[in-house]
Write a protein that binds this ligand. Sequence first.
Ligand code: CP
Length: 336
Amino acid sequence: MKRFIDLAENTPEELAELLALAGRLDRHPEPQALTGKVLGMLFFNPSLRTVASFQAAMGRLGGSSFVITPGAGTWKLEARNGIVMDGDAAEHIREAVPVLASYADVLGIRAFAGGIDLEADLEERKFMEMASICPAPLVNLESAVNHPCQALGDWKTMDDLEVPASGGRFVLSWANHPHALPLAVPAAVVHMAAMRGMDVTVLRPEGYALPDPIMQRARDAAARSGGSVRETDDRKEATEGAHVIYAKSWGSTSHYGRPADDRNLRSNLEHWTVDESWFDNALAEAIFMHCLPVRRNVVVADEVLDGPRSRVLPQARNRMTVQAAILHRLLLGGGR
Ligand code: CP
C-alpha cells in the first residue's frame, strides 16, 4: 500500500486484511514496530479525534509525530496557484507540502471542501493537487468529499458489533444543524456501507439529496458487493427494519456555496433532530452511529447519545485501531 486516500483504491480483500490487522494490533500491541518512523500531519481545519487518534496510534507503535496547523504558530499557507502572494500567507503549499514530507515517513493532510464550487470539490481538486506534490506516502485525514479513515473505523465498529453485512440495513440520515457542513463524511460512509454489501438508504429532506457522483459511486460499489443504495425523504419507510441509523448533517447541494439560502432552507428542518422516536420502526437491537463532533439536542437528542443504542464512543476509538493498521501497512508493507 503506497497511500491511503480513498477506500476505493483498495480491494475488498485488502480492506479485510487491514481490518484484521487492526484487530490483531489492538489485541497484541507491537510497541516497537515503527521505532524511528515519523508521521507528519498538516491540518488546514480543526480536529479532535483525527489528530489525537493518529498521534496515539503512532505512539503505540513506537513512532513519533508532528502536527502543523497553518497560521497557528506556523506560517499561513496559500493554496491558490498563480496569485501574487502579497496577503497574509507567507508560504505556498507547493513548497510546504514537499518540505514537510521530507521530514516524515508518512504525511497526513486534512483539507475540507472549499464549499463554493461543487464540481471542484467533487473532483477533490485541492487535495489531489497536494497529493501530486507529496513525495511521501499520503493519508487522507478528511478531504472535500472523503474521509476514508472515518469510514474504515466505522466498518470495523460494525464488524465488532456483528452488524450483518449482506442483508444489513444501514440508514444514513441527514440531521439538523445550524450550519451547512461538508459532504465528506456522508459521502465516505454511504460508500463504505455499500462496499460492505449492506442495503443502504439515504434519508434526507427535500433539497439535501447527495450529489449524483456520490450516489453513483455508492451504487457502483453496491453492484460489486451485492448490496443496494436508495434515497428517500420518508422516515418511516427508510427506518423500517434498520440495523443502523447513522446521523450526519450536510449542506444543501441545491444551494451549494450560498450559505444564506441554505440557512433559509434548513430553518424549517429543526424537527430533524434525531431522538428515540426515529427508532420506532427499526429493529429492536438497532444501533445509533455518528462520527462526532456532535451538537447535543440539535443534531441528536441526549436520550439517544446517552442511551443504550449509541455506539459513538466505540466508533471514535476505532479511529485509532484502524489507523494503527494503516500506518503499519504503509510503513512496513505486507499484505498484497
Ligand atoms: N470524526 C472526526 O474526524 O473527528 P475530528 O473532526 O474531531 O477529527
